[in-house]
Design a protein around this ligand. Structure first.
Ligand SMILES: Cc1cc2nc3c(=O)[nH]c(=O)nc-3n(C[C@H](O)[C@H](O)[C@H](O)COP(=O)(O)OP(=O)(O)OC[C@H]3O[C@@H](n4cnc5c(N)ncnc54)[C@H](O)[C@@H]3O)c2cc1C
Length: 276
């Protein structure tokens, strides 16, 4: 049997892409390529044997904005999202600014960040907290999935074989307060936590706390205990919230205890700031 040669495809249309993918199902989409070279010290990095470059698919570079949404093609570079300025929700902007260095951010794409195989990377917590949705396209169909569900407990992306992330739709709501923290420096562990809050006059309208690491974690029950409360919160309300949050986070197996303690302390400080 003839040896299989390295294959690099540069499809210019989705039809070309899916037809090459059907012939070489093991081929991997290649966006900025930065995740393939991370943790490699050698002069010549090792790349997958079959690559589907997304570089020529113009549609994946599109950025559109309506009153309600910002839509980003999967191949939009991280720096280009940051450069959009104030329309980018703060939680997303802070998360993207925390990725690597400026040179890396000018090569790396938002889609590559979302689709990293080993765990959810830095954009994922913000996108889940903001209720973003991802468009996944295959040769046969197109479907949307919420960012919060784009994960599994094994840390693998929630897409099927032969599916490509094509668009990211980010709701443009006004959040009054945003905080973000990153844990760990390695792409193998750690994660990011995002805290966003919205109030009308002195009433807490919405609050969302999301951690993304191996999976995406959020406890809607503890959040619901605060929604509709008057600000500043009273001590009973903060204690009640923290008890629920502690129970939620203590019951988790992931992330490790050190990171869980860090998340707990981060959230506790923010919640106490909302009290008298
Ligand atoms: C020095 C260094 C530092 C880094 N620091 C950080 C950091 O601080 N935070 C962080 O989050 N990341 C970091 N990274 C990881 C990575 O570079 C970024 O997350 C980046 O956003 C990946 O984007 P990319 O376009 O380079 O993706 P690629 O490397 O091209 O792809 C990443 C993965 O996603 C898949 N993929 C890409 N696009 C699609 C698509 N449209 N549909 C389906 N699958 C797709 C690829 O097959 C691959 O498995 C770092 C990397 C390096 C080298």
């Amino acid at each position: 049997m003839a040896a299989q040669h390295d294959q690099v495809f540069f499809p210019a249309t989705f039809q070309e892409l899916f037809s090459s993918w059907a012939r070489f199902p093991e081929a991997l989409p290649f966006a900025g390529g930065t995740a393939f070279i991370c943790s490699q010290g050698a002069h010549i990095p090792k790349l997958p044997q079959s690559i589907l470059s997304l570089d020529k698919l113009e549609e994946l570079r599109r950025i559109t904005r309506t009153e309600l949404y910002l839509e980003l093609g999967a191949m939009v570079k991280i720096n280009d999202v940051i450069r959009l300025g104030k329309i980018v929700p703060e939680a997303l902007r802070l998360s993207l600014e925390g990725i690597g260095c400026p040179q890396l951010r000018s090569l790396a794409t938002i889609g590559g960040n979302i689709c990293f195989r080993n765990r959810r990377l830095d954009a994922s917590a913000a996108l889940a907290a903001l209720d973003a949705a991802y468009e996944l396209r295959s040769a046969q169909s197109t479907r949307w999935i919420s960012a919060a569900r784009f994960s599994s407990f094994r840390g693998l992306p929630a897409f099927n074989q032969g599916e490509l992330l094509t668009r990211i739709r980010v709701p443009l709501e006004q959040w009054n307060y945003t905080a973000y923290r990153k844990f760990g420096n390695s792409l193998d562990d750690g994660g990011t936590v995002v805290f966003i809050m919205k109030n009308r006059k002195n009433m807490l309208d919405d609050i969302r706390i999301v951690f993304a690491g191996k999976g995406i974690l959020r406890d809607k029950n503890s959040e619901a205990s605060l929604i509709g409360k008057q600000l500043p919160l009273n001590i009973r309300e903060t204690e009640n919230f923290m008890e629920r949050w502690k129970a939620f986070i203590s019951a988790l197996e992931e992330p490790d205890l050190f990171t869980r303690t860090g998340i707990f302390n981060f959230v506790e400080t923010l919640i106490l700031n909302l009290a008298d």
